[in-house]
Design a protein around this ligand. Sequence first.
Ligand code: ADP
Ligand code: MG
Length: 699
Amino acid sequence: KASVLLEGDQMIANGNVDVGKVQPSHQLDKLREERKTLPIYAFRERLLQDVEKNQVLIIVGETGSGKTTQIPQYLHEAGYTKGGKKIGCTQPRRIAAMSVAARVSQEMGVKLGHAVGYSIRFEDCTSEKTVLKYMTDGMLLREFLVEPDLASYSVVMVDEAHERTLSTDVLLGLLKDIARYRPDLKLIISSATLDAEKFSDFFDSAKILRIPGRRYPVDIHYMEAPQADYLDAAIVAALQIHVTQPPGDILVFLTGQEEIETAEEIFKHRTRGLGTKISELIICPIYANLPTELQAKIFEPTPEGARKVVLATNIAETSLTIDGIKYVIDPGFSKMKSYNPRSGMESLQVTPISKASSMQRAGRAGRTGHGKCFRLYTSYNYDSDLDDTTVPEVQRTNLANVVLTLKSLGIHDLVNFEFMDPPPCEALLKALELLFALGALNKVGELTKVGRRMAEFPVDPMLSKMIVASDKYKCSDEVISIAAMLSTGSSIFYRPKDKQVHADTARLRFHSGNVGDHIALLKVYNEWKEANYSTQWCYENYIQVRSMKRARDIRDQLERLLERVEIKLSSSNDLEAIKKAVTSGFFPHCARLQKNGSYRTIKHPHTAHIHPSSGIMALEHHVLPRCVLYHELVLTTKEYMRQVTEIKPEWLVEIAPHYYQLNGVVDEDYSTSKKMPRGKGRASTSKQIPNLVDYSICV
Ligand code: ADP
Ligand code: MG
């Protein structure tokens, strides 16, 4: 039974709901009035009728019109949560899921996590009472694993569908499928852009409801010449707006946390000298890993006389609406994943945005009045260099994770899976090949026991394989700590500009013995644990407290999942065993030193360098190891390997004989080659590598 029922605008909180920290009633009244001013409010009845009459409804509405916060509430008020059924609303970004859930719980006057909750990877803020559940698209995908027909949901709203993330695209295919045998399930697909027909076509000509937004004109200004340093240009532009333009907040689009933090520092430095004649400039960063307590700050109204400058990633393009923005600064870039299916290389890189994105960005300036958008590129760049739309993620990413999920759901016929835009065949094959190499699939493409265990972990297949393999090496305790430290999404080491020497010295301690980055992360975790998870310890050792807390939460979850797959928690201080477990998952990510000091990946030769932040590079008189394993590749000025550990080449032949052959891994000038178990290397011929014909049978 739903514990909170809203009827129209009247809220009836029933006695057994813990409404804890809720809004005082006058604020609730204010929020209730605000809700009525949103463009979507006028469409409430029409929307409810359309949902009632149609199983699938496509909704298009300008960002800020109230889709995300209001539609689930309207449906709840109309009785769609009767009998304890849930309304799920997916978001491509976790910060949006959290922030919107917080807002809706305020509007409803309930405590977050009760009637309204959110679920993101490694963080579940819901309870049995939750009826409005905001979650990342990836989390709903995982829910299919436990509840294949989503029986506990009455409505699923796939929000921000225009973002076309990989998980959203897979969800669309799965939802279309289950809708056939769950006629009572309502689907709402909502998008901020006008390509609604495509969604409608995909869902057999589903009805489209368009919510006209409020929009004021936005003047668009271009640069006369291309900018060499867009970050600097963005800061200069913001400061110029601040000193010359009438009141109104500024939104600057940057590409990621690091860049935002750099910009924040520069802003603070440059505004220090401005004197008291210039009004205050409040700097508000917003990016995926921003700590929850700081997230609320961007929504706080700007005090009289001051100006706010919001430094945001793509998240502010459509996922979050910040009121009061009058000026947008658009450098024209975002960080995008790219994937080369031929080599299997995946990397994050700063890439020019699409025309559609730049239109969305500009639109953010015209929500409350006439606005201005400064594009830090030329109009020629805009016309001739930007693509019309962003390529859907499914066509530019590694599909291993999704393939493993689909296989676990019993979907074997991947070629005929209904994707809105199918992935490249080569990428599908590559994913199958990797999963086979990791032992998750057998030769005919069926899920193995290892694969089933791997699928339980909400991490990429190489990480989950490393965890599953730790059982064999009796070091699951250590390996889940490493996995958690690698999954925080933010840096562990803190390196303030004015204390770099101290920070580097502190850091070197964890690298003593040249143990490699993976073991260094483990040492950090273990020492912090020994220090009773102390914050003080983090300060003393230049470690980011927040990243550590997150690592602990992730580790706790991984530990619970170990139990689910019946792997005992076993601890070992044999560093070689731990590194071998890591290698069991990451053997496809290995590289060999070249004469010129760069590295070449072994399997699909490709040049890369050890990232300067690696402990290996920090040691004085460091010697570059001959053979390394890396966690990920990042492309900045060069292609860098991040989180690097030295391994012995013979481990590769021992651990992945089907993947590496002896002569491929070790060349003559390796002194270690003498110790190679020759027979073993020879035995591993290509007969164990299935050819592509095998795969085409199973896809
Ligand atoms: P849409 O999904 O159509 O883009 P939303 O439902 O997200 O629109 O937003 C509707 C309104 O709610 C906006 O004016 C926005 O500023 C406000 N809002 C949304 N989330 C928050 C939040 N976390 N804090 C304060 N206001 C918010
Ligand atoms: Mg929204």
